[in-house]
Design a protein around this ligand. Structure first.
Ligand code: ADP
Ligand code: ZN
Length: 741
């Protein structure tokens, strides 16, 4: 997906690292991250420069940072409009955990508490204020904002403003006129919505032009994607869950009834599973949710009512026990897994009956929505049954491009392993003949009963015990025949009536019966978890740190991930930091977390190292920067863009060639090269210098300015050269200098 830079202003010199050094410092010190995720730098740049924007990133793509980081640098508070009360509270706790002055205002607060928050706002004590839209529109809130020099208005879940969206909220409509009341405040809207129409609607409602649109990459490379036809028994689900023991995850079901029965079955099987759906009493729901969020229960069995606004970063798996209604909702639901960037597994189980039941609901729903919903369902079903790389189906659906293989889906894995094809022609012929003999008037179950020689009343009543196919399938289980029938439907050999479930034969079915066509199925494999979150983590230490986190969390009565994410623990367990400085180099460890928990974690790690003889293991390449070593986060997961770019340049490609290849600006590539060098990569200074567009005299002036003023901050150099040399060039030449040293 490439929309980003292209859609912005045409100016050539809009480098994203125009970000002030402060932005990187805040990223590191407050949030504990050492790099921006895709599009975050652009969004932060826009906000800091007073340019409105609409940020479209998938769930888990890191939208919050796009306004949270600028909020710490802007000259006035940021107001975040959010429709979800639980999410608001969660974000405020996380921000406070990072030492940021944040608060929220919504209907759950007492009058007195609200007054206090408004007082703090007026007094300039808050950097971020989260508000529900209806609260924001209250006169006293607006007045307090007017007195507070509002710097930024962030509108989260911005699709709520559009009547075309799936979650239209009329209060959101009133946010648009509100903007004129705060003309000085920059506006950033955020959403994960897929459709073009909704995106355009948001822009229009907020009075932003097309250039304000920043669309991110919807790929979540750390999610393993898999789908399989659901077997009649629980075997697949159990095998999958056993592979994820002690990990947190969600099993989504389409009905409350399935939630109840599946949760009970899983409990019988010894899993710490809990049910969640809108039919349970509010206190029970609340209790179950809290238990899960706090890692007291691992498996949440739930309807889609669960998950909105829950920001748990260490969800390791999502199972869909039924076919979802659309790829939009599916992608949003699996987006709850692996927010910490570590591997997570997403398994979709489905049957053709699922398809029928969703259709049934669609046909019983509003006429005006029928067509749209049917199309969304078909896209979902195509995804479920595709034999091709799943990312090559889902990413184009969200408007992106993708070149398979992704290497992290079941179909890619099967391709790599050499798919095992099983010839089932003979069984298929038996089944299809049975459908033919019963005049295509019955469904799967009845045909299976005939094949298995059932004495059931309905079979005998119809005289089906007299058919030549009666009892010819006794050698195979009922489950086998049912699954085969599903496969025949999926391969379009049989058609199933959406309402009555009766089976019809297609031309291909006749060809199979005549022996003209063979039927093969591809053996399915249920994904097995990767127990180690980061391949090189010490799992014993990881467990110790996890227990420590749990007890600290219980003490503070907060969810564990508010303390540290799994990814932070995994890095600690891979690098064994011994000092505060080393601990700070771990993902998610900022200064506030260091102050609060640093000592406890360092003590535990030091004790472990004393017992086992382990010692500080610096991340593979260390950066020469003042920030200390930069861990190569997620290096074991996938190669990051700057590494790819650095390697391409090192292999002899020019900046221009690489820029063309990624369809980005020259400046973006220079930025990646700087990161590459910063992370310990080596580049030839001469080749970089040859990329400069300045003549030798101008280059010499720049180098001299670096000598006099240093090159840490570029703006003094820019000023000293009277603004005659573009930042692009300064960045490039600074890199040349670093590489000469
Ligand atoms: P969204 O709102 O888009 O669903 P969030 O803002 O909740 O996503 O962020 C998703 C996850 O990504 C969170 O666990 C957050 O800690 C993590 N994250 C955000 N920004 C960064 C970053 N720059 N580096 C590493 N992790 C990040
Ligand atoms: Zn794939």
């Amino acid at each position: 997906m490439r929309v980003t830079q292209e859609n912005k202003t045409p100016s050539q010199s809009r480098p994203m690292q125009d970000l002030p050094p402060d932005a990187y410092a805040v990223l590191r010190r407050t949030f504990g991250y050492d790099d921006f995720l895709p599009l975050q730098a652009e969004a932060v740049h826009n906000v800091l420069n007073g340019q409105d924007c609409l940020v479209v990133l998938p769930t888990g793509g890191g939208k919050s940072l796009c306004y949270q980081l600028p909020a710490l640098l802007l000259d006035g508070p940021t107001v975040v409009v959010s429709p979800l009360i639980s999410l608001m509270q969660d974000q405020v706790s996380q921000l406070r955990g990072n030492g940021v002055a944040a608060a929220f205002l919504n209907s759950t607060l007492t009058f007195h508490a609200q007054a206090q928050v408004l007082q703090a706002l007026r007094a300039g004590e808050l950097r971020l204020l989260y508000v529900a839209p209806e609260t924001l529109l209250r006169p006293e809130v607006l007045l307090a904002l007017e007195e507070s020099n509002l710097a930024c208005l962030a509108i989260d879940e911005a699709h709520c403003i559009s009547a075309w969206g799936h979650d239209f909220r009329p209060e959101y409509r009133q946010l648009a006129p509100l903007r004129s009341r705060f003309p000085a405040a920059v506006c950033i809207a955020l959403t994960a919505t897929a459709t073009q129409r909704v995106r355009e609607d948001i822009l229009a409602s907020l009075g932003m032009d097309k250039g304000a649109l920043l669309v991110g990459n919807f790929d979540r490379p750390n999610l393993n994607l898999a789908a399989a036809v659901r077997a009649d028994d629980l075997s697949q689900t159990l095998a999958f869950l056993r592979g994820h023991e002690k990990q947190a995850g969600i099993v989504y079901c389409s009905t409350r009834k399935t939630v109840n029965s599946l949760a009970a079955r899983l409990q019988e099987e010894g899993f710490a599973a809990l049910p969640y759906h809108a039919g349970l009493d509010a206190p029970v729901r609340q209790r179950n949710q809290e238990a899960w969020v706090r890692d007291d229960a691992a498996v949440m069995v739930a309807t889609v009512a669960f998950g909105m606004g829950i920001d748990k970063s260490n969800v390791r798996f999502i199972v869909h026990y039924n076919l979802p209604q659309s790829l939009e909702s599916y992608y949003q639901e699996i987006g709850r897994a692996g927010r910490d960037g570590l591997p997570a597994d997403c398994l979709l189980l489905y049957t053709t009956q699922d398809l029928g039941s969703v259709r049934y609901h669609i046909n019983n729903g509003a006429e005006s929505e029928r067509q749209g919903r049917e199309l969304r369902l078909q896209a979902m079903y195509r995804y479920a049954k595709t034999p091709y790389c799943r990312r090559s189906v889902v990413l184009p659906y969200f408007g992106g491009e993708f070149q398979p293989p992704c290497g992290n889906c079941d179909n890619c894995a099967a391709e790599e392993a050499g798919r095992k094809r099983i010839d089932v022609t003979v069984d298929a012929q038996k089944f299809l003949s049975c459908v033919a003999r019963t005049n295509q008037r019955f469904g799967i179950s009845h045909n299976v009963k005939i094949l298995r020689g059932s004495r059931e009343k309905k079979v005998l009543q119809w005289g089906h015990d007299k058919l030549s196919t009666y009892g010819i399938g006794l050698d195979r289980s009922t489950g086998h025949w049912k699954e085969l029938a599903q496969r025949l439907i999926i391969q379009d050999i049989l058609i199933q009536d959406p309402t009555h479930g009766t089976l019809q034969l297609t031309d291909r079915a006749w060809a199979v019966m005549k022996g003209e066509e063979r039927v093969e199925i591809i053996q399915q494999a249920v994904p097995v978890s990767k127990q180690t979150p980061l391949a090189d983590s010490d799992m014993d230490l990881f467990e110790i740190l996890r227990d420590l986190r749990k007890s600290l969390a219980d003490e503070a009565v907060v969810p564990a991930y508010i303390i540290f994410s799994d990814r932070s623990l995994a890095e600690m367990a891979a690098h064994f930091p011994q000092t505060e400085e080393q601990l700070l180099a771990m993902h998610g460890v900022g200064e506030a977390k260091l102050a609060a928990y640093g000592q406890a974690f360092l003590t535990a790690i030091q004790a472990y190292c004393a017992d086992t003889g382990k010692a500080w293991r610096p991340p593979s390449k260390s950066a020469p920067s003042a920030a200390g070593p930069t861990p190569r986060l997620g290096a074991s997961l996938h190669k990051r863009r700057f590494e790819e770019v650095g390697e391409l340049f090192a292999e002899g490609q020019t900046v221009e060639e690489i820029a063309a290849q990624y369809d980005v600006k020259r400046q973006t590539i220079v930025n990646h090269l700087a990161k590459y060098v910063n992370a310990g990569g080596v580049l030839q200074a001469e080749r970089l210098q040859a990329e400069s567009r300045l003549n030798a005299a101008a280059q010499a002036r720049v180098m001299q300015a670096f000598d006099e003023l240093g090159s840490q901050a570029l703006s003094p150099v820019y000023e000293a050269l009277n603004g005659e040399i573009e930042y692009d060039e300064l960045h490039l030449l600074r890199l040349v200098r670093v590489c000469q040293e």
